[in-house]
Ligand binder design. Structure first.
Ligand code: PGA
Length: 248
């Protein structure tokens, strides 16, 4: 299975900065087919720009969130059908910043994953424990609970998701999980997927949390690490290109 390197721009960018970044990425990939799949999850207002610049390129694009509702009186929300209008291949769901800052529950995250799948968009379902949960020995219980809600809701579509393990304490902190810590949790998630679907190996489990060009190789070398979800590193063309090359 090809690894997936997905970038999460978060709330960063501008029309001008995006154009510069995307041109540098396309230039870096020109003339070769990357050995890994590459995707960028961008702020919704830039989907049209990203679609027009990346169409026909090896880089896929997607959103950072999707509404759990189909349509209607939900001010500020963006529906899965709207993302489909911009040919999104992916949408993040349940990023820890959404869970923490917007009170997204496991049930809401599962509903979002289901909405994405219903229109053929692959949800990148994020799970991960806080530092307090890790210190209390709750890491496995937390990620299993978060994944179980999604499995329960999307049922036979479980093998269609991408999963991202992102320890909250490693996001944007410069503190990465060790390759062993990542692998340990990924193996737990793989076992949970195996109990829920006949095709557990189809589900890519990404690691996210301060992944960069220096630590990516050892993380990506782990048996159950099928790619990376990059925040900060996805805003720098040279870092992202280096990580894509390492994953290929
Ligand atoms: P980071 O973010 O790579 O900047 O730690 C990862 C993420 O939040 O997806």
């Amino acid at each position: 299975m090809k690894k997936l390197i997905a970038g999460n721009w978060k709330m960063n960018g501008s029309l001008a900065a995006n154009a510069t970044l995307l041109e540098a990425l396309l230039e870096g990939l020109r003339g070769s087919t990357p050995g890994a799949d590459v995707a960028l999850c961008v702020p919704a207002p830039y989907l049209a720009q990203v679609q027009s610049l990346l169409q026909g390129s090896p880089i896929a694009w997607g959103a950072q969130d999707v509404s759990p509702h189909a349509q209607g009186a939900y001010t500020g929300e963006v529906s899965a059908a709207m993302l489909q209008d911009f040919a999104c291949r992916y949408s993040l769901v349940g990023h820890s910043e959404r869970r923490q800052q917007h009170g997204e529950t496991d049930a809401v995250v599962a509903a979002k994953a289901q909405r994405a799948l219903a229109v053929g968009i692959t949800p990148i379902v994020c799970v991960g424990e806080t530092l307090a949960e890790r210190q209390a020995g709750l890491t496995e219980a937390v990620v299993k609970r978060q994944l179980a809600a999604v499995i329960h809701t999307v049922a036979h579509c479980t093998s269609e998701i991408v999963l991202a393990y992102e320890p909250v304490w490693a996001i944007g902190t410069g503190q990465t999980a060790t390759p062993q810590q990542a692998q340990q949790v990924h193996a737990v998630l793989r076992a949970q997927l195996a109990a829920a679907t006949k095709h557990p190996a189809r589900v890519r489990i990404l690691y996210g949390g301060s992944m960069n060009a220096n630590n990516a190789a050892s993380l990506l070398a782990q048996a159950d690490v099928d790619g990376g979800l990059l925040g900060g590193a996805s805003l720098k063309a040279s870092d992202l290109l280096q990580i894509v090359a390492l994953a290929g």
